[in-house]
Design a binder for this molecule. Structure first.
Ligand SMILES: *Cc1c(COP(=O)(O)O)cnc(C)c1O
Length: 829
């Protein structure tokens, strides 16, 4: 057990203030994730955007009494806390966990590579959980922060550890190596993606290999040629010191030589030679990624000396890994987070964080199964779970399983928590009543054997099979990327108008509120009202405040954009009648867009009205750039900037108080940093789209529109397709009818070959005309195409920009045009 004194010794820091040493169990890096104040150590990390020292006061108030800092703190304000002073808090985090790791002499598997890290890790867990008490990275915790948090979980009861490591910059792996210190290495593969920060693929491979410098064995596939060359030279350089190699290959001689891979129906049989013996496994997957991941796992099990029969049995039972937490629309106006594939304390905590982030409903419900293989006694375990549910303000618990039911008492003691207990999933389903759920957010979280996906099905609204998937993690990363480009004091307003560019409403706003964005902006008051009703409390600007909505604006404390004397006078009258003072408004200036806004000659009169009473308070002055993305129009942008400077200065002077000034949109942030001023308005960039190639390559894809094949048709030459018979087969052809049409927002002008969709990684052109609810694709050239196949309309591999280009429009129009009947599914990676 640690305390501030022993940790200070490890960190060779300076104990600034000591007030008695209580036990420390948890590392806290994100103040919003506080659960156990008494036993947490807060390490105040500092990045270019965020300085966590600012949260010390709040955390102290909430009961945290151990801190690691690298800046002066007013100690007298925190008489009951220990402060460890170090030079660099990130470095301290790494040093502390590296020292923790040194206490354990168990096999530690370290996994890196471009793809498949999380799946290999989770599959190894599935394959080995019967033999070992395993500690592993939660979800995809593989970064400079995720890895320390993962390794910190190592406890004496564990006898196998599996951690993944990912890097985005040269130099980072050295830190992770010291923390993980893997004895067994797996290098999954190498792809071209995420190459920023690296000169070339070899540099990237060599950097990743640093993880295995002190390992006993390294498992990898020889079939990646660059990888194989780098591994061999790494091996030669280190000689005796470095790891032994365990290579597998589908093409050439290797420790595990794969001879054949046969796919049928839903299974793949893989035959191989190992130590001259023929072996085989069968896995319930047929895609190439799964086959590669399974072979890595197979190699590791052979290395560990597992019996071939055991390997075969368990491989056949591998199951899908939920890589993400999904938020879906549920029955009776509820929201459902379905995470029914695995369950342990780490992933439960993450899922509860996501649940807590949801503000849209007041009631939060958790459906939870037994937690298997925790390494703790049931009494301790469920007491901890009950504590967690209490800390996360859960209102309802439906507990399923014999063990959790036996520990009822722990949950019944939690104040404000209604609980019900069932022995089996069947028992629960038999008495399931949809009327038990209304306007609540429900987390479904169970161990695999409990088959909670059956409960998920009962709770989720039946969806038409065309869905728009929104990657919330990608939005967060995109926001952070733009934030990293802002001047230190520039605020951020996030544009969530038009259902967040088609991607959702409160789901996105919840996320942005959670990330501490400063402002939201919507187009119309009713969009703002919806956000308020869903629990969004941050300031919201309304860009088109119509007189009919002034009531709602006042009632819900929305902040109108005032763009003309007419609007100003009407709104003022309303505010005065309501008896409000200093009601926040935003003044829009027209500097060249010629859409809405005051022009220069209006300013004296505007200032005169604004200063004549105290009913209104100007929160910000802003203008909009007409062509910030276009280098050919930079002169216009600069001219708009100068005019804005001049006009906002004049107005501000007349007002006599400071206001926020803003003009940059997404493209402006990167192309015109001199115009970032006090705040910027981020729109399309947050949703993963930027007109510059360089930015585009750094952004993460946010939206994926997908559907399925409803029916396949065999056509003879001369057969025509669709309304108006505008397309005819010239050779024997196969067409696929898919469930998306212009009523879903798929442009009709993409008829007859203009538009294409992705099926099994291949492009299939639209044939015939796009109908209201359906269209047809030519799939003659796609092997194994089948009814029910997934069809990607746009996404990471078929960018929405491409679709927009085919339709001769801009991505904004495509995204915002996706109709509301297309269900949105939100997920967090
Ligand atoms: C939509 C909008 C933005 C955001 O523009 P993007 O190009 O999507 O970043 C900014 N300001 C105003 C006034 C807008 O209407």
């Amino acid at each position: 057990m640690y305390n501030a004194a022993s940790i200070n010794k490890i960190l060779k820091g300076e104990l600034l203030q000591e007030t008695g040493f209580s036990d420390i169990e948890h590392l806290l890096l994100d103040s919003r994730k506080l659960i156990f104040p008494e036993t947490s150590l807060f390490i105040a990390l500092v990045s270019s955007r965020r300085n966590a020292h600012q949260y010390i006061e709040e955390l102290y108030r909430k009961g945290v009494s151990n801190f690691v800092v690298s800046e002066q703190v007013p100690l007298e304000k925190y008489p009951k806390a220990n402060f460890i002073f170090v030079k660099d808090t990130m470095h301290a985090l790494h040093a502390l966990v590296a020292s923790h790791r040194q206490q354990f002499q168990i096999p530690v598997v370290g996994i890196t590579g471009s793809n498949g890290k999380t799946i290999v890790k989770e599959w190894l867990y599935q394959l080995l959980e019967k033999d070992y008490n395993i500690v592993r990275s939660p979800k995809s915790y593989n970064s400079q922060i995720g890895v320390p948090l993962s390794v910190w979980q190592m406890q004496p009861e564990h006898n196998l550890a599996i951690f993944e490591a990912g890097i985005s910059q040269p130099g980072e792996m050295l830190n992770l190596e010291k923390i993980i210190r893997p004895t067994i290495g797996i290098f999954t593969n190498i792809g071209e993606a995420h190459s920023e920060g690296f000169l070339n693929i070899r540099q990237k491979i060599n950097e990743k290999l640093v993880l295995f410098t002190k390992s006993d064995i390294l498992i990898y596939s020889k079939d990646y040629l660059a990888l194989n060359e780098c591994v061999l030279s790494f091996h030669n350089q280190l000689g005796e010191e470095g790891p032994e190699l365990f290579a597998w290959s589908r093409k050439t001689d290797a420790d595990l030589r794969i001879i054949s891979v046969d796919k049928n129906d839903n299974h793949t049989r893989i035959d191989a030679l190992y130590k001259q013996e023929p072996l085989h496994i069968r896995i319930p997957f047929t895609d190439e990624g799964s086959i590669e991941n399974a072979i890595h796992c197979w190699a590791l099990m052979l290395y560990l000396g597992k019996e071939q029969e055991v390997i075969q049995q368990r491989m056949d039972l591998l199951s899908n890994i939920a890589m993400r937490l999904e938020l879906k629309q549920g029955i009776n106006n509820s929201s459902v987070i379905n995470d029914s594939y695995n369950l342990d304390l780490g992933s439960l905590t993450i899922a509860l964080d996501f649940l807590q982030q949801q503000q849209q409903h007041q009631v939060r419900t958790v459906i939870l199964s037994d937690i298997l293989q925790s390494g703790k006694s049931d009494a301790t375990l469920y007491e901890e779970v009950a504590d967690l549910l209490q800390k996360k303000n859960i209102n309802k618990l439906i507990a399923i399983g014999k063990n959790i039911s036996r520990e009822k008492k722990s949950f019944q003691q939690v104040e404000g928590l209604k609980s019900q207990f069932f022995n089996t999933t069947d028992e629960y389903i038999q008495q399931f009543n949809a009327d038990d759920f209304h306007y609540e957010t429900i987390l479904v979280k169970g161990a695999r054997v409990f088959e909670f996906e059956r409960i998920g099905k009962l709770l989720e609204q039946k969806a038409h099979q065309t869905i728009l998937e929104i990657n919330l993690t990608a939005i967060s990363q995109n926001v952070k990327l733009y934030q990293s480009m802002l001047k230190p004091n520039t605020k951020l307003m996030a544009m969530v108008k038009a259902f967040s560019y088609g991607s959702g409403s409160f789901e996105i706003a919840n996320l942005l509120q959670f990330h501490g964005v400063d402002y939201l902006a919507v187009a119309y008051a009713d969009e703002g009202v919806e956000l308020r009703r869903a629990g969004i409390t941050m300031p919201i600007m309304v860009m088109n405040p119509e007189p009919a909505s002034f009531d709602a604006i006042l009632h819900w404390h929305l902040e109108p954009e005032i763009y003309s004397m007419g609007v100003l006078m009407q709104f003022l009258e309303e505010v005065v009648a309501a008896g409000k003072t200093e009601f926040p408004i935003h003044i829009k200036l027209d500097t060249g867009m010629h859409r809405l806004g005051f022009v220069k000659k209006d300013l004296p009169e505007l200032a005169q009205v604004l200063t004549s009473g105290a009913s209104l308070k100007v929160q910000s002055i802003f203008s909009h750039l007409a062509a910030s993305e276009d280098p050919a129009k930079d002169a216009l942008t600069q001219q708009q900037g100068r005019l804005f400077y001049d006009m906002s200065h004049e107005l501000q002077k007349a007002l006599g108080y400071a206001v926020i000034r803003h003009i940059d949109n997404s493209a402006g942030i990167t192309r015109h940093p001199d115009l970032q001023l006090d705040m910027v308005r981020l729109g399309i960039g947050m949703y993963g789209i930027d007109s510059s190639k360089d930015m585009q390559s750094q952004l993460k894809n946010v939206s994926t529109l997908k559907t399925t094949i409803a029916q396949l048709k065999q056509l003879e030459p001369g057969d025509t397709v669709g309304y108006g018979a505008t397309w005819a087969a010239t050779v024997p052809s196969v067409t696929a009818t898919v469930r998306i049409g212009y009523a879903d927002g798929y442009p009709r002008r993409l008829s007859n070959g203009k538009g294409k969709m992705l099926i099994r990684g291949k492009l299939a052109p639209v044939v015939g005309v796009v109908a209201m609810d359906m269209l047809m694709l030519d799939v003659t050239h796609i092997p194994d195409v089948a009814e029910g196949d997934e069809v990607i309309v746009f996404g990471a591999d078929l960018p929405v920009e491409q679709l927009a280009a085919w339709a001769e429009t801009i991505p904004y129009e495509i995204l915002t045009g996706i109709s509301q009947r297309v269900k949105r599914v939100y997920y967090q990676e």
